[in-house]
Design a protein around this ligand. Structure first.
Ligand code: PLP
Ligand code: COI
Length: 340
């Protein structure tokens, strides 16, 4: 039985669900893992995650489809990306097949929290790993926990379909040879001050530029960015310092193979952006959120979405991606995992 939740009006926030998955790494190996009910974690005061932020996470969703199946979207890519994060942070890899199985088990045990089709809500899934063992000198932990929890969520940006506003902050997100390409908790810790400031000033998100030259567009604190240029080509930044968004990679495929559009992954200079027709943020949480305005100090760039006119290509991309995720449009082979 579905839980009695006002699905259409939930935001993007934490809600305790019934089960979470946990596996411990000790003496060089992962244990068998289990589903537990306790949402709290007890770890050593000197755990590497607490002292040196040795932690990474993933974000994915379970969708209830039009024909009432529960599915996940490309979980293999989350498993692979988490493995990359683990390598960069000197953490042990949780094997791909076990990652997918842990996600499936967590969704299955919390199936009553998967929102009904048509409400716009989904079950957000958060796999994560952290160094639980104590370290005093700067070294990786010897013990780790891999966990997965889930919570039903609505839109990431408040205000529903309203286009969002970004500002270019006076802060950087990722160093040229840093950790911008992995989903390390530390990337988000350092963005907290910038996001609080952005919200105080009335912006929804920060649009970061490359930290070396501060001339090129990178991404926002929690999503990649795409643009549509004059001839309807879909353009997105190519740089090793941004997170390789699974949504963005999927949208570029959808643009080419479902909508017959040209796509380009390339360096994007901030000074080009004023020439572009449409702009949107993409990610698991953000889905595809139209950007209405970008403010870079005195300069304001307004897209038609900011005047209430929905971007034609953004809308087609959104409808096609959601059709694939919610099972009304046939998905490319291997994109959809049914939870049985
Ligand atoms: N960029 C950042 C910094 C993110 O936190 C996220 C969220 O996961 C994304 C991009 C989007 O990635 P994905 O589409 O895989 O969710
Ligand atoms: C996601 O989209 O899954 C993320 O992890 C973004 C996060 C900032 C909410």
């Amino acid at each position: 039985m579905e839980k009695n939740i006002d699905w259409a009006n939930i935001g993007f926030g934490y809600m305790k669900t019934d089960y979470r998955y946990v596996s411990n790494f000790k003496d060089g190996k992962w244990d068998n893992g289990a589903l537990i009910t306790d949402e709290n974690i007890v770890i050593n005061e000197c755990a590497c995650v607490l002292q040196y932020a040795q932690t990474c996470f993933e974000g994915m969703k379970a969708y209830r489809t039009a024909d009432n199946k529960v599915v996940c979207f490309r979980p293999d890519l989350n498993a692979k990306r988490m493995a990359e994060s683990c390598k960069r942070l000197e953490m042990p890899i949780f094997p791909e097949e076990r990652f997918i199985d842990a996600v499936a088990q967590t969704v299955k045990k919390n199936i009553d929290y998967v929102p009904p089709y048509g409400t716009g809500a989904t079950l957000y899934i958060r796999p994560y790993m952290f160094g639980s063992g104590p370290v005093m000198g700067v070294n990786p932990a010897k013990e780790y926990q891999f966990r997965v929890f889930a919570a039903p969520v609505g839109p990431y940006f408040k205000g529903g379909a309203k286009a969002i506003t970004l500002r270019v902050p006076d802060y950087d997100r990722a160093a040229p040879l840093g950790t911008g390409h992995v989903k390390a908790g530390l990337n988000y810790a350092m963005s907290l001050h910038a996001i609080v400031e952005a919200h105080e000033l009335g912006y929804n998100e920060n649009l970061y530029l490359d930290s070396k030259t501060r001339t090129k567009v990178e991404e926002t604190g929690g999503a990649n960015i795409i643009f549509v240029i004059k001839d309807n080509t879909v353009v997105t930044p190519k740089t090793p310092t941004i997170l390789p968004s699974i949504t963005r990679r999927s949208l570029m495929y959808v643009a080419q193979h479902y909508l017959g559009l040209k796509t380009e992954e390339r360096e994007i200079k901030f000074e080009e952006v004023k020439e572009f027709k449409e702009c949107a943020l993409c990610g698991t949480a953000a889905i595809l959120s139209p950007v209405g305005k970008i403010v870079n100090h005195e300069e304001e760039i307004v897209f038609p979405a900011g005047k209430g006119i929905s971007g034609e290509i953004t809308k087609k991309l959104y409808d096609t991606l959601l059709g694939i995720q919610f099972g009304t449009i046939e998905a490319p082979e291997g994109w959809i995992k049914v939870i049985e």
